[in-house]
Design a protein around this ligand. Structure first.
Ligand SMILES: Cc1cc2nc3c(=O)[nH]c(=O)nc-3n(C[C@H](O)[C@H](O)[C@H](O)COP(=O)(O)OP(=O)(O)OC[C@H]3O[C@@H](n4cnc5c(N)ncnc54)[C@H](O)[C@@H]3O)c2cc1C
Length: 318
């Protein structure tokens, strides 16, 4: 029997773990080296909904998102994956901004009648999307990796020289690549969310445009199994991960505008995460290293498509 080829992955967020699982399923022996374990990463802060938001380049993001959408369809039938399909309302300003419609397989969406739109909204779609309960999904991925005898080493990589360069390395370090790759193109986009109690008759809604001039204020509602996530913010180049009570209140007020039927807005939790944003997701080979980072606000949405692109780059080498 041919010995499995070893691959070392840096990072244990959604990108590192999905890459690790997909490579393992395709016959590779994977070890992850990670500074933070999955539940302490940005990925654990996300709600998360499949939606191509704040990630570039659009054409590739659309392709990777479509691949992931199909992959999540399989996972929705897998017990304990934390994945299911839910209806999502997307509100837009202009049909020109709806490039993401191309990413939905089989045109599985419908335009919402004007009379059914939230107040002051003019264009909307209802789509069936993968909803990924992030904490459950990340644990599921860790367990999948274990089934393939993959390893997770809780260890920071200070330089790529810390790892054996004769073994392929996949760099899924998210924002960590600022330091690791000295990447000046990578920056944080800070997102704050609040969680409130689960209530009946509330559906997930994304207002897919910023509601203020600076583009820092967003409005979205994600209904999860045990609570509701209200978001959010998108503040470039802010590394501060302390939640701000004033911002939480503004988020609640904005969400109540699009969903006045939210009654209980008692805050259960406030959280901040830093989206690893780049002018363009870095997915390329550089000698022994395949980079896979900079997925901005769409890490869960593009993850499986990007993992598949990494697989193709690895196989090309052989
Ligand atoms: C509030 C919020 C809501 C979001 N909602 C959604 C959503 O609904 N849908 C969606 O698709 N996306 C969403 N996102 C975006 C998504 O969370 C990110 O795109 C995704 O988490 C990025 O994943 P990652 O694995 O690249 O990074 P991370 O989750 O940050 O993981 C990076 C990993 O690399 C490790 N690492 C870094 N440097 C080193 C080093 N030198 N050595 C070893 N390990 C290292 C870290 O410890 C960590 O384990 C949201 C983000 C936020 C903040």
């Amino acid at each position: 029997m041919r010995e499995k080829q070893q691959v070392n992955i840096i990072g244990s967020g959604v990108i590192g773990l999905t890459t690790a699982v997909l490579l393992s399923k395709n016959g590779y022996k994977v070890s992850i080296y990670t500074e933070k374990l999955a539940q302490n990463t940005t990925s654990a802060v996300a709600a998360a909904i499949w939606f191509p938001y704040n990630a570039e380049p659009k054409e590739k993001v659309s392709k990777w998102s479509a691949f992931s959408y199909n992959y999540y369809q399989e996972l929705a039938n897998t017990p304990n994956s934390g994945v299911k399909f839910v209806p999502l309302t997307i509100i837009e300003k202009d049909i020109k901004d709806c490039w993401w419609l191309d990413a939905i397989p089989n045109k599985n969406y419908k335009k919402i009648n004007d009379t059914d739109l939230p107040k002051d909204c003019k264009l909307g779609f209802e789509i069936l999307v993968p909803f990924i309960e992030s904490a459950v999904f990340l644990t599921f991925l860790e367990n999948e990796l274990k089934k393939f005898e993959g390893k997770i080493m809780h260890q920071k990589i200070n330089t790529f020289d810390d790892l054996d360069k004769t073994i392929p390395i996949v760099n899924c370090s998210g924002l960590g690549a600022i330091e690791l790759c000295n990447d000046a193109e990578l920056f944080p986009v800070k997102g704050q969310i609040v969680t409130v109690a689960k209530q009946t008759n509330i559906q997930s809604v994304i207002l897919n445009y910023p509601v203020n001039k600076t583009g820092e204020e967003l409005s979205y509602i994600v209904v999860r199994n045990n609570d509701i996530v209200l978001g959010g913010t998108a503040i470039n180049n802010d590394f501060n991960t302390e939640p701000n009570a004033n911002i939480s209140q503004k988020i609640i007020n904005r969400c109540k505008k699009i969903a006045p039927n939210i009654k209980d807005t008692t805050i259960i939790q406030e959280k901040v995460g830093l989206r690893p944003k780049r002018t363009s997701i870095r997915l390329e080979k550089e000698s022994a290293i395949i980079h896979n980072y900079g997925h901005g606000g769409a890490g869960f949405t593009v993850s499986w498509g990007c993992a598949n692109a990494v697989l193709k780059l690895l196989m090309k080498k052989e």
